[in-house]
Ligand binder design. Structure first.
Ligand SMILES: *[C@@H]1O[C@H](CO)[C@@H](O)[C@H](O)[C@H]1NC(C)=O
Ligand SMILES: *[C@@H]1O[C@H](CO)[C@@H](O)[C@H](O)[C@H]1NC(C)=O
Ligand SMILES: *[C@@H]1O[C@H](CO)[C@@H](O)[C@H](O)[C@H]1NC(C)=O
Ligand SMILES: *[C@@H]1O[C@H](CO)[C@@H](O)[C@H](O)[C@H]1NC(C)=O
Ligand SMILES: *[C@@H]1O[C@H](CO)[C@@H](O)[C@H](O)[C@H]1NC(C)=O
Ligand SMILES: *[C@@H]1O[C@H](CO)[C@@H](O)[C@H](O)[C@H]1NC(C)=O
Length: 547
């Protein structure tokens, strides 16, 4: 009698500790929310003509992150802002907040980093950047040290993959021929979505499409050692909704916004009919519904956060129900904690440890004939883009090789990869959005990326790239390029050989294996690829958050 009583007491005490731990976790979240509210009430917004720019500054990078809307016909700013507004920034942001949801930030193709003539050095801008950095710090705190390769290490924690009605995934894939007007995606989705093999580059190389991540990740998770068939044994729930393909198929078609949003809404309804969606809420409260659910989205976050008065993309990630789940994306929305950046898929999908080592040895053996290369296209419609300046600097010296993507020469994986493995530095200016798949192509070719905007990589991939970006990249502020304060070629020529060597070795040995998504049939033992790093950290997050 006494024994059982004291046992009960211990259990109660444990439960109290448990809730306390949860409370402690809630505090930083609350702070972040308060910061966001503060930011909203005070960040700098510049309105020039029909264009809105929202800008934020970093304490570490001394740079501004700006997001602009209105340069594209489809991205007209809300009409009340189109006139000569001279009201204070606070008032404008207040108005803006009412016109849009959360950080209702506009999206490509009108998106670009922009800084000229900006009101700057406001404390609020610092808050915004600090907030991004705090979030990344939290993401990094979920980094697992385990080498989870087999089921014995799952520790009883399973991941369940929902079997969704086919309209949410397979049926979207079968629209491949008609998804975008200028290319048939069907070949790209063959071979477990790796695409057709590229013999010329060797074993494990494929013509992979940049928007294939949803399919690739899905195949991988089906074979994960911690996957369980019995839903009541699961701690994590994977929702294989191909939301990226869903928005992609509407991008270039004249349909209403309701049409673009409809499948996402159906998916949310479907989830809410699943008792597992509310599993966490049953123990605690409604607030936690979906916290243990995982989505992988193969397009950038902005494509799912349609700005009011725009018609680009869907509002899927703005739905209330979508706030709790983890969204793994090739480009995160920097002010959403549950948006976590994971690498863009590259052309390399090794099957074995040996495929990786063979490639590493090949890279180390390369003579790197060019100092610099740039594969890209100019952005004539975006005058503030630094791309044209970089192309000019590049084409005026023999040290730099320019591959003109406007003329179609970048379509073949082998041309890009062969250029990059022969170069020491690869220029990676932002394109339509800050991140670039090309950063990953460059890293897996052993070419040191030159980054011009912190949101291109440093503020995106906390699980796959280290905080100390100097280990693997060179940062040149795009504003210095724009103001002609720096010649990129001259700057890079001054970097000592030893420094280049160290960066390259770090990239090839330490980073490369963790940046590629292995073949779904792969058996990696020595190395952890981008997929297994992600999975281990998702489990670690559960532990840390005591979910
Ligand atoms: C905006 O203000 C400028 C200067 O104050 C003025 O020259 C211009 O005509 C105004 N434009 C509109 C649309 O009111
Ligand atoms: C799983 O991993 C552990 C530790 O690395 C190892 O000892 C064990 O043999 C592995 N089991 C299987 C079935 O591969
Ligand atoms: C699923 O797991 C639960 C809890 O472990 C168990 O009670 C149930 O019998 C299992 N169902 C099946 C079909 O194996
Ligand atoms: C799009 O569809 C609407 C309604 O059917 C039509 O009025 C409009 O002209 C179309 N726009 C274009 C660019 O085709
Ligand atoms: C390294 O390069 C040399 C010549 O450049 C070549 O003979 C050798 O086979 C290469 N080794 C590997 C492992 O690729
Ligand atoms: C790149 O190709 C496009 C289209 O062929 C052409 O208009 C442009 O001038 C080229 N750019 C350079 C720098 O050669």
């Amino acid at each position: 009698m006494t024994t059982s009583f004291s046992k009960k007491k211990t259990k109660l005490y444990k439960n109290e500790l448990f809730s306390l731990a949860k409370l402690v976790f809630l505090i930083p979240i609350t702070i972040i929310i308060l910061l966001l509210i503060f930011l909203w009430s005070s960040s700098s917004t510049i309105i020039s003509g029909n264009i809105i720019h929202l800008c934020f500054q970093s304490r570490k990078l001394n740079d501004l992150y700006c997001i602009s809307a209105g340069t594209h016909q489809n991205l007209e700013a809300p009409s009340s802002f189109s006139s000569n507004v001279t009201t204070s920034a606070t008032k404008i942001v207040d108005d803006l907040q009412q016109k849009s949801t959360r950080l209702g930030i506009p999206i490509p193709p009108g998106y670009h980093a922009f800084r000229n003539g900006m009101v700057k050095s406001d404390e609020e801008l610092l808050v915004a950047y600090n907030d991004v950095e705090d979030q990344l710090e939290m993401h990094r705190s979920w980094t697992s040290t385990s080498q989870n390769h087999n089921a014995t290490l799952c520790n009883g924690r399973g991941i369940y993959v929902y079997e969704l009605p086919t309209k949410f995934n397979k049926d979207l894939v079968s629209q491949c021929a008609d998804m975008v007007p200028w290319v048939d995606l069907c070949d790209y989705f063959s071979n477990d979505a790796m695409g057709e093999a590229v013999q010329k580059l060797g074993k494990g190389w494929y013509q992979t499409h940049q928007y294939s991540l949803e399919l690739i990740f899905h195949s991988r998770v089906m074979n994960h050692p911690c996957r369980v068939q019995n839903i009541s044994e699961a701690e994590l729930f994977y929702v294989p909704f191909y939301a990226g393909l869903d928005v992609l198929r509407w991008h270039f078609k004249n349909v209403t916004n309701d049409v673009k949003d409809s499948l996402g809404l159906e998916l949310v309804k479907w989830l809410e009919s699943q008792p597992t969606w509310f599993k966490r809420s049953a123990i605690t409260c409604e607030l936690h519904a979906g916290k243990d659910h995982i989505f992988v989205l193969g397009k950038i976050s902005w494509d799912f956060r349609r700005y009011s008065n725009s018609n680009w993309g869907s509002r899927f990630l703005e739905l209330n129900e979508m706030q709790n789940p983890v969204k793994l994306l090739i480009e995160r929305q920097p002010w959403h904690l549950n948006d976590i950046g994971i690498p863009h898929p590259t052309f390399f999908h090794p099957q074995s440890d040996n495929d990786i080592t063979t490639w590493q040895l090949k890279l180390l053996n390369e003579s790197r004939k060019s100092l610099i290369s740039f594969a890209g296209a100019a952005r004539p419609d975006a005058p503030e883009s630094i791309r044209s300046m970089l192309i000019n600097q590049c084409t005026s010296t023999s040290e730099c090789k320019f591959m003109n993507c406007s003329s179609g020469s970048c379509d073949q994986p082998e041309s890009i990869i062969e250029l990059f493995i022969e170069s020491e530095f690869c220029l990676q200016p932002p394109g339509d959005s800050p991140t670039r798949k090309s950063v990953f192509d460059s890293l897996i070719s052993g070419c040191i990326p030159v980054i011009f905007d912190p949101f291109t990589a440093y503020y995106q991939y906390p699980w796959h790239l280290p905080e100390d970006y100097k280990k693997y990249s060179v940062f040149i502020d795009q504003e210095d390029v724009r103001n002609m304060k720096v010649n990129v070629v001259d700057r890079l020529m001054k970097i000592p050989a030893g420094e280049k060597q160290n960066m390259r070795k770090y990239i090839i040995y330490e980073l490369l294996p963790g940046l590629v998504y292995g073949d779904p049939k792969s058996k990696l033992e020595k190395f952890q690829d981008a997929f297994s790093i992600t999975m281990n950290n998702l489990f670690e997050r559960l532990t840390r958050l005591e979910l």
